[in-house]
Design a protein around this ligand. Structure first.
Ligand SMILES: *Cc1c(COP(=O)(O)O)cnc(C)c1O
Length: 332
């Protein structure tokens, strides 16, 4: 695959490390666990949206945009990193924030919310949970256009065919590092949210004929609609990149058993997983995505789902700034 034909900005001047987690592996009595440290990507605070924004912002610049408009939850890592990328490029950024938990927006809240302001967000538009967020984003963009500005819309989570290229690139990086480390992975476990990470990684793995199972742990939607959404974006990426390998629905692996009461709502498994990884490996997961994904991986190891696997790779997609708005949930 030749990703160099797509415009790209670079926000991380290195490959993120793959580290072995021997104390976590020992605590679980399972296979050797490795982590891909995408929490160490560039832009303020790191995390997976940085890889997507490399392609999205390059596209925005190529189209002559002066403002990016995107959306997310009130503690969105994606929104934080979009404001950060805009700051770095001298672009304006406006956000549409969805209150998925009623009345959850507070301009003076900590975590990512604080960082939106610190990084210089131009305007924040708050809408109720379940409203038509895409339409609200379009209204903001239309308003900007009517004032002579040039807006560029980035979809939620940066998960379209352009943004997901960042995770096709990540899959290629993982395969290269796996070769250099002389460690062959029997599974890659990641968080499956707005799908760009899952679909991009799966595309990069299948497109390189690597056939490593990519296991997505859902944090929001039920298994069937999540599988449909991942499959849809993966098929689009196959078309864009000219990958002819057949893709079956069963190649899209999604678990929805670790969501708990809903998106961003803490679960006991999440809290235990975040504590365990902090105390064995000094790595900070996050409460909304990677904490639940790690809870899922731990449970699947215990249930024998990975029986026969020697080496598992957990993709750490970042998000630790959100930990600081969940402190009261951790120590009763
Ligand atoms: C957005 C996000 C995810 C999910 O990635 P998608 O590409 O939206 O599926 C996982 N982890 C963190 C920390 C995120 O911010």
């Amino acid at each position: 695959m030749n990703l160099s034909r797509y415009p790209r900005r670079r926000y991380t001047p290195y490959q993120t490390p793959i580290e072995e987690l021997p104390r976590l592996s020992a605590a679980l009595g399972g296979p050797a666990i490795y982590v891909k440290r995408d929490d160490l990507l560039g832009l303020a605070g790191g995390g997976n949206k940085t890889r997507k924004l490399e392609f999205l912002i390059a596209d925005a610049l190529e189209r002559g945009a002066d403002t990016v408009v995107t959306c997310g939850a009130v503690q969105s890592n994606h929104c934080r990193l979009t404001v950060a990328a805009a700051a770095k490029e001298g672009l304006h950024c406006q956000l549409v924030l969805e209150q998925r938990v009623p009345n959850s927006y507070d301009r003076h809240a900590g975590g990512n919310n604080f960082l939106f302001e610190l990084l210089g967000v131009e305007d924040v538009h708050v809408v109720d949970g379940g409203s038509d967020v895409a339409a609200a984003v379009q209204r903001v963009a239309d308003e900007l256009t009517s004032k002579g500005r040039k807006p560029y819309i980035i979809p939620g989570g940066g998960s379209n065919e352009t943004g997901a290229l960042g995770y096709v690139a990540c899959a290629q990086e993982i395969l290269q590092q796996s070769f250099e480390l002389a460690v062959s992975f029997d599974g890659i476990v990641l968080t499956s949210g707005s799908t760009g990470t899952h679909a991009g990684t799966l595309t990069g793995i299948v497109g390189n004929n690597a056939r490593i199972p990519v296991v997505g742990i859902g944090i929001n939607r039920k298994k069937e609609p999540q599988t449909d959404a991942v499959l849809d974006l993966t098929q689009k990426l196959f078309g864009k990149l000219g990958i002819e390998t057949p893709l079956a629905r069963k190649d899209v692996i999604v678990f929805d058993d670790y969501i708990g009461e809903g998106y961003s709502r803490p679960t006991e498994g999440m809290i235990e997983a975040v504590k365990l990884v902090a105390r064995t490996e000094a790595i900070l997961l996050d409460p909304v995505y990677t904490g639940k994904a790690m809870a899922g991986m731990i449970d699947l190891i215990k249930k024998g789902y990975f029986a026969g696997a020697k080496n598992l790779l957990f993709l750490h997609t970042g998000g630790s700034p959100a930990l600081y708005v969940y402190t009261d949930k951790f120590f009763a």
